[in-house]
Design a protein around this ligand. Structure first.
Ligand SMILES: NC(=O)c1ccc[n+]([C@@H]2O[C@H](COP(=O)([O-])OP(=O)(O)OC[C@H]3O[C@@H](n4cnc5c(N)ncnc54)[C@H](O)[C@@H]3O)[C@@H](O)[C@H]2O)c1
Length: 296
């Protein structure tokens, strides 16, 4: 995608952190921006800070299909057809899977996975129907590659967002709609305070909130990348239609180490000819789909 100017963007979780960085960067490129967030006070503060009449705020919960559709209608009514979608809202819960309740699962998957699904289900048919080009960016994390005992549910959601995004990229390429997955490492943000927006209805916790750990987490995030740097790298990647957006250089060697371990676990040996014939065809199609989605 070459030109952003004159387009409309919809950014979930746009009132803080990475989303706010994206809003600022897009406005600077002449994009009209809908900031969709569950925190009304943060939306108000963001709109004050941005001080730009091309930005508007919408209070909504990304895990609700109905609220998502209503917010999309309202954004398009105020700012025109959306052709840039940032499914970015996210929360974190630092605990292991064996310590988690069903409510923990429903909250984290509801926001971090269903929030993305709802964004795709809401906007992709509209974008396809208009026949114009566009781009969808789904925010995952380096946690979509690197898992630990903590944060188990977050890992589950982010791995799924990566898979969803890659598959969607191939199906939307013929429609001139690009798809990227944003995989940040540490970013200065408000995510350590996720518990503030946990709905009462999903209050059955597998584990009590550890206030001391959250304070520590806030300190760790202070060392994170500035949101404006993440945003600038994201817009550059959209211009280049890259699938993976890796703002943080420090993970390159670790990814190689992890992929080397995966390959090392891979068995040697031959497969039956019939199976190989099928896999050869599938592999060639996959290669072509990747090249086509890159526009090559
Ligand atoms: N901060 C990091 O270090 C980091 C690293 C990797 C990935 N990420 C991802 O980046 C994305 C943005 O997070 P951030 O770090 O900027 O955090 P943040 O807390 O600063 O911003 C996230 C925003 O999402 C909003 N939000 C939360 N639940 C919502 C809901 N149900 N509906 C609508 N909005 C909701 C919050 O109010 C907040 O404004 C998330 O998907 C997160 O997982 C963050």
């Amino acid at each position: 995608m070459k030109d952003f100017a004159g387009r409309t963007a919809f950014i979930t979780g746009g009132a803080n952190g990475i989303g706010l960085g994206l809003a600022r960067a897009l406005l600077a490129e002449g994009v009209k921006v809908a900031i969709a967030d569950i925190r009304q006070d943060s939306i108000d503060a963001a709109l004050d800070a941005l001080d730009n009449h091309e930005a508007t705020g919408l209070c909504m919960d990304v895990s609700s299909r109905e609220e998502f559709a209503e917010a999309a209608d309202e954004a398009e009514r105020r700012l025109g057809p959306v052709s840039l979608v940032f499914n970015n809202a996210g929360i974190n819960l630092f605990q292991t899977i064996d310590e988690s309740s069903y409510d923990d699962w429903d909250w984290v998957l509801g926001v971090n996975l269903y929030g993305v699904i709802n964004g795709v289900q809401t906007f992709v048919p509209r974008m396809k129907g208009r026949g114009a080009d566009g781009h969808v960016v789904n925010t995952a994390s380096m946690s979509c590659f690197l898992a630990g005992p903590v944060p188990g549910i977050y890992n589950t959601a982010k791995f799924a967002v990566r898979g969803l995004s890659e598959s969607l990229r191939y199906s939307l390429a013929p429609h001139r709609i690009g798809v990227s997955v944003l995989c940040p490492g540490l970013v200065k943000s408000h995510i350590h305070a996720s518990d503030e927006v946990r709905p009462d209805a999903l209050g059955a916790r597998g584990k009590p909130v550890d206030a001391a750990f959250n304070t520590q987490l806030a300190k760790v995030h202070e060392a994170g990348m500035e949101r404006d740097e993440v945003a600038a790298k994201t817009l550059e990647a959209i211009h280049e239609n890259k699938f993976y957006i890796f703002p943080h250089p420090e993970f390159r060697d670790e990814l190689r180490e992890v992929f080397d371990e995966i390959i090392a676990d891979y068995p040697k040996g031959d497969a039956p000819v019939e199976r190989l014939a099928f896999e050869r065809g599938r592999r060639e199609n996959y290669r072509k789909a990747r090249a086509a989605a890159r526009g090559k």
